[in-house]
Design a binder for this molecule. Structure first.
Ligand code: SF4
Length: 228
C-alpha cells in the first residue's frame, strides 16, 4: 500500500505577524476544524500515513494539539510526527509538565523557524518581540535530546545575504542542528508582498553556490535543500 508524508496545519492561528505568511489569508477567511475531525482523519487513514508534519499556523497555541499528538502516538506509533514551530512551543511545554512529557514522547522532529541570525531583524520580520528568544530557547531545549531539531529559514534577498547565512550556520553549529532553506514562493494575493520578497534566480544560484562551497549539503527534498 502506498504511504504518504502529510503536511498538516491543525490551525492557521498564530501569535506572530510575518508579512509573507503563507496562512495569513486563510486565517482571516476560514474556521479551523476540531480534534474530533483530526482523530477521525487519522483513524480512517493511518494505514496510509508514514509521517505527519504539523505546520501552517502555530499549532502549540492549541491545547488540543498536545492531546492529539499524544493520541496519534499511542494508537499509531509507527506514524512519525514532527512540528514546525516559530519557537513558541517551548513556552507551552516549560509551563506544563504534562505537555512536556507528551512533547518528548510523541514528537520525532521539531523544525524551528529562524530567518535572521540578528535578533532585532528576526523579531522585526516576525512582528513579535520574543521571536528570536523563543527560537533559541527551543534549540537549547532540544540540544542533546532524542528529538531531531532543524532550523528552517525562508529564502529571499535579505535572508540570503552571506552574513546572514554564516550567522545562521553559526547558530546551527552551536546547537548541533541541520538547516533547511524554504525558498519563498509567491502565494499572496497582495502583489506588493510578492514583489518585496520574491527571490531572483541570481541570488538563489549565488547563495546555493556559496553554501555549497562553505558547508555540506545533506540532501535535497522538494526543492528545499538541507545543509549542515
Ligand atoms: S510564524 Fe509562521 S504562521 Fe505565524 S505569522 Fe509567521 S509565517 Fe505565519
Amino acid at each position: 500500500m502506498r504511504k504518504y508524508n502529510i503536511g498538516w496545519g491543525l490551525t492557521s492561528k498564530c501569535n506572530m505577524n510575518c508579512e509573507l505568511c503563507y496562512s495569513k489569508e486563510t486565517r482571516n477567511k476560514s474556521i479551523d476544524i476540531s480534534i474530533v475531525d483530526w482523530k477521525r482523519f487519522v483513524d480512517e487513514n493511518h494505514e496510509q500515513i508514514d509521517s505527519i508534519n504539523y505546520g501552517t499556523g502555530e499549532n502549540a497555541l492549541l491545547d488540543d494539539f498536545f492531546v492529539f499528538i499524544d493520541y496519534a502516538r499511542a494508537k499509531y506509533p509507527f506514524i512519525k510526527q514532527s512540528v514546525t514551530t516559530n519557537g513558541f512551543i517551548t513556552q507551552r511545554i516549560l509551563k506544563n509538565d504534562n505537555y512536556h512529557d507528551i512533547f518528548m514522547r510523541a514528537l520525532d522532529e521539531v523544525d524551528i523557524s529562524l530567518d535572521f541570525a540578528d535578533k532585532r531583524k528576526h523579531c522585526d520580520f516576525r512582528g513579535q518581540q520574543y521571536a528570536y528568544d523563543w527560537a533559541i530557547q527551543t534549540l537549547e531545549h532540544l540540544q542533546g535530546s532524542k528529538i531531531k531539531a532543524t532550523i528552517v529559514f525562508v529564502g529571499f534577498e535579505e535572508t540570503l545575504k552571506k552574513e546572514n547565512i554564516d550567522g545562521l550556520f553559526e547558530i546551527a553549529k552551536e546547537y548541533d542542528t541541520m538547516i533547511r532553506l524554504n525558498i519563498y514562493r509567491p502565494v499572496s494575493e497582495a502583489k506588493e508582498i510578492n514583489d518585496k520578497f520574491k527571490l531572483s534566480y541570481k541570488t538563489l544560484f549565488d547563495s546555493l553556490r556559496y553554501i555549497n562551497s562553505q558547508y555540506r549539503i545533506n540532501r535535497h527534498f522538494d526543492s528545499q535543500p538541507f545543509f549542515r
